[in-house]
Structure formats: structure tokens, C-alpha cells
Design a protein around this ligand. Sequence first.
Ligand SMILES: NC(=O)c1ccc[n+]([C@@H]2O[C@H](COP(=O)([O-])OP(=O)(O)OC[C@H]3O[C@@H](n4cnc5c(N)ncnc54)[C@H](OP(=O)(O)O)[C@@H]3O)[C@@H](O)[C@H]2O)c1
Length: 407
Amino acid sequence: MASFARTASTALRAASRRAPRALASSATKAASYSLLTKAAVAKSAHCANPQGARGVKTLDFAGTKETVYERSDWPLAKLQDYFKNDTLALIGYGSQGHGQGLNARDNGLNVIVGVRKDGESWKQAMEDGWVPGENLFPIEEAINKGTIIMNLLSDAAQSQTWPKLAPLITKGKTLYFSHGFSVVYKEDTHVIPPTDVDVILVAPKGSGRTVRTLFKEGRGINSSIAIWQDVTGKAKEKAIALGVAVGSGYLYETTFEKEVYSDLYGERGVLMGGIQGLFLAQYQVLRKNGHSPSEAFNETVEEATQSLYPLIGAKGMDYMFNACSTTARRGALDWAPIFEKANVPIFEQLYESVKNGTETRKSLEFNGRSTYREDLNKELEVINNQEIWRAGKTVRSLRPDYKPESE
Ligand SMILES: NC(=O)c1ccc[n+]([C@@H]2O[C@H](COP(=O)([O-])OP(=O)(O)OC[C@H]3O[C@@H](n4cnc5c(N)ncnc54)[C@H](OP(=O)(O)O)[C@@H]3O)[C@@H](O)[C@H]2O)c1
């Protein structure tokens, strides 16, 4: 496996050097897989069935059986054959556009990018080797050329641009999203897909940068897939194949509604909003009781992120508890239900605010402003200037692997 990995990575580097701008060309196709995909191809070459072994699995998730689709069901030869008559038009080149686009291109598919000509994304796409007039076009032109229209504009921009883009999404094309946002909240976004196209979703569970990094490492990100509209009877198969094409390792089936509700809820909750609120609350009480900034930071953030949370990620909460002292375990066991009880009403309020569209309307209003970048930066600067995060900079500077330029 190690020597195989070396061979594949050498081939990939060589291919990138030879033809950085046209990896879909037949000369480079064979060498431009992620390592894992290449491994799957090598395996399938020895199979009697050139379509490869079935990778669909039904797994027991804590007593509930769910179907999971795997990349191993889509060896690269099958993937390329499946999309041989398609042009994937990637509209938008933010974090997801970058990750998904480069992965699909490296997988040897025919990918083009559509972004506005005067924007940041146009420059970024050119830096990544997309060539104006060849595989980089203004948005409308890319939609006209594409058969699979991957709408990866910001959610606010999807709503703003819809009146112009909708008439271009004609019968026979497929409309793809990475978030249920636009179509689920159609009363607010006014994104109502034409009735004669398949409408599908592949939502990677991570930033586009991670989508790219995991692919390059030969791994794959977990993604959700969902179907909004299936006019061809092939929408689900297409969603799975596209999920693999853009770099997913495992695909979990959901609905557009559930994807957007859980996503908006999670990022406002424990993933981002909740964790910032909880860190801050704990830090403030320590400071009020005379603890120094370094002590308050170490006991709130540094130990959490550097020592304990990675243990939860590796083997679960009980594993982390068991790695701590009996004193810590006793107290944490007593206080966990108190935090749970105090927080359930907040999470219920949050879920309702997501479901009834309040969160969507706020997001559309804020992110639809022409000054949204500056307005956001102002608020992030407030966080950056909070004592807890200023103290954190000094704590981080003492780490053995600290690099000043990363601050
Ligand atoms: N980021 C994530 O972690 C993540 C994860 C899963 C799913 N998603 C979903 O993936 C989709 C894309 O998200 P993203 O984070 O990659 O992108 P993003 O950063 O939110 O959006 C960036 C793209 O939107 C374009 N854009 C913004 N306003 C525009 C306008 N008025 N007209 C034309 N283009 C405009 C930008 O072009 P310019 O450079 O020209 O402004 C850029 O190409 C969203 O539906 C998002 O919810 C994101």
C-alpha cells in the first residue's frame, strides 16, 4: 500500500506538472486520481465485473439501520464512463467550488467553472489553473454549456441571481446544490427550480478546504445526499456518483429539509455559536473570581482543544472521561445533566428559529448587503479583541510547534 501510494502520488505530481490546466485530457486522466480512488481502480482491474464490487452498506447506528453509499462502488473507470457525456458546470468558486471543482477535475471529469468576471473568484480560479474561454466562463455562459449545473454560489447570491439564471436551466440539465437552503426556504429565497429537471444535493460535512485536503490524502469526506425532484428516475444514482466525483468517501441519505435544518442548527449550536458562548461564560466567571487570563484560558480552551476534545473525536465521550482523574470524572458526571437541562430549552428555541425561517431571513438580509464582507469582519474583530482570545494568542505562542506567521 505504501509503495502504491508513492507511485500514485508521483504520477499525480507528474501529471499536474505536465498539464496543470487540462487534467481532464485523456493523456492525464489515468494518473490524476486521489490515492484511494486509484487503489479502487487497481482493485477493480482484477475483478470479473468491471463495474466494481458493491459498496452500499446498511449499518446499525445505535439501533437504527441506515444505508451508507461508498466510493468503492464507483471505481474511477465507472465514474468517468457514467459522466462521459456530461459537462459539470460549477457555478461559484468559493470554498466548496474550489474543493469540489478541483477534485472532480482531478477525477478526470469534464468540469467548467462559471463565476462573475470582475470578482475575486475569477482570479482565484485562474490561479488554480482554470483557463478563460477553455474551462472558465462568465456564469450564464457556463450554465449554457453545462449539463449538470452545480450551484455553489453563496446562499444569498443563489437567491439574488436566481431570476437571471433560472431560464437557462433547461430540460435535460440537472440542478445540483450543496445546501438545502435555497429550495427549502423558497418563500424567502424565491428559488423555485423548473419542474422538468432533476434537483439533487450533495452536502459535504466540512469546509471546501477539507474536501480538497482529504481527497488529496486519498481519503474522502462524509457527505449528505438528497433528492428534491426526480424527473428521470436516475436522480439518486446521479447524486451518489456526483458525491464521489467531488471527493466524498461515504454518502448518507437525507432530505433537503433535514439537511438544511440540521446544518443551520448545528453551526449556530455546538459547532460554532454554542461553543463560543460556553467558552466565554466559563472564562468570565473564572476572571471575576480572580483567576489570571492564562489560567482562565488554559482551563477553558487550551485543555479542551489540545487535550480532551481530540480524545472525544478519537474514541468517544466515555473514553475522554476515562482518561481523566476520578475527581474530574465524578464532578463532570454530576454537572453534565445540569448543563443538559439548562440548554435543552435554548436548543429547542434555536431549532424552531431554524425551522420557521427566522435564521434564513436574517442570513439573507445580512449576507445580501453589498457591505456584507466589511460588516462581518467588524463583528469578527470584536471576537478577536475579546480578552479570552487575546490571552489565547500568548498561550499559543508557547507551543513547541508555534509559527508566528500563523497568527
Ligand atoms: N463553506 C462550507 O463549509 C460549506 C459546507 C457545505 C456546504 N456549503 C454550501 O456550498 C455552497 C457554496 O458555499 P461556499 O462557502 O463555497 O461559497 P461562499 O463563500 O458562500 O460563496 C462564494 C461564491 O459566491 C459568489 N458570489 C457571491 N455573491 C455573488 C453575486 N452577487 N453574484 C455572483 N456571484 C456571487 C462569489 O463570487 P465572487 O468571488 O465573484 O464574489 C464566490 O464564487 C453554499 O450553498 C453553502 O451553504 C458550504
